[in-house]
Ligand binder design. Sequence first.
Ligand code: UT7
Length: 333
Amino acid sequence: MKSYMIQGAKIIATGSAIPSLKVSNEQMSSFVETSDEWIFTRTGIKERRLLTESGKSITDLAVEASIKAINSIAMDPKKIDLIILATSSPNDLFGSASKIQNEIGAINAVAFDLTAACSGFVVGIITASQFIFTGTYKNVLVIGADALSKWVDWSDRSTCILFGDAAGAVIVQSCNSVSNSILNFHLSTDGNYADYLSIAYKENLEPHPTLNLCQGSFKYISMNGKEVYKFAVSQVPLSILKCLNDINLSVKDVDWLLLHQANERILTAVAEKLSISSHKVISNLSKYGNTSAASIPLALNEAVQSNQVSRNDIVVIAGFGAGLTWGTVVIRW
Ligand code: UT7
């Protein structure tokens, strides 16, 4: 990481929000041909939360998660300079961050959406830290929120059993550069494999009669699960190692490994490749499934609230997913 650091950055608050509706694997087996046994052994998922309330969207979850983070440190929302909403399921294609800005009363904040699928939260934290390192902003709210239930084909058992809805938020604040806690990052993209995981836009066959212009709509999530699995297990450990090596840390220094919660088998395989004990792997996937950009801040918030993560711990966070995109950030808590 080459950064022109005028000031350091640290995470000072976390929050999260989940919908109230819980759907178990048994319930899933009532409408697609699957079983609790298949889902749990192949993914580690037991249940997921789905946003079913009429009129509710990721904006509502993101607002709730943000307010919890803000209230946890009794911060005046007017002090927030920037809001980054990492999502692939906004309820407005022009972006949902500005609605969050309005609803939480962060009237002085610039707000924008960031789309990098399941890597979105990691990209968001890194983007926030760059604005802070350069002295541009002091307080940045980073939110990861997704409701992929809106984009799943509920008759496709290979994808619908995986996803859940949620939001997580953190506040990143500037500090003296000596106290900087965002120690390093590494980001990668390989668009050659973009088709492995997508919510593609498809044009209708009937063009406009005079303009010859086609309009269309977005399709359901499609995923080549096997290939995405192989990519994650091969690339994520390399990204983590590079990130640690660059700052002269080793896997032995890692206190917590927090990966995008896609599949328990991926978490186990990555930890094994890195020789990191399973006790250091943060996992809450059994309760929520894959919540895309929300999975990391949701798990982080739970780990912080339960005092699993304590001050000065080295937390290695890695996201991966559609794009294909992947990336790591190393944090001293
Ligand atoms: O968040 C973005 C990142 N996403 C990921 O990291 C996802 C990565 N991929 C995965 O986690 C796994 O590939 C899956 C969990 C999606 C699938 O597990 P898999 O072990 O790769 O299974 P598979 O796709 O190879 O399917 C094995 C069998 C197939 O049957 P046949 O062809 O062997 O007869 C599937 O039709 O399991 C069948 N199958 C199911 N059976 C019961 C697929 N889905 C289901 C299901 N219930 N829900």
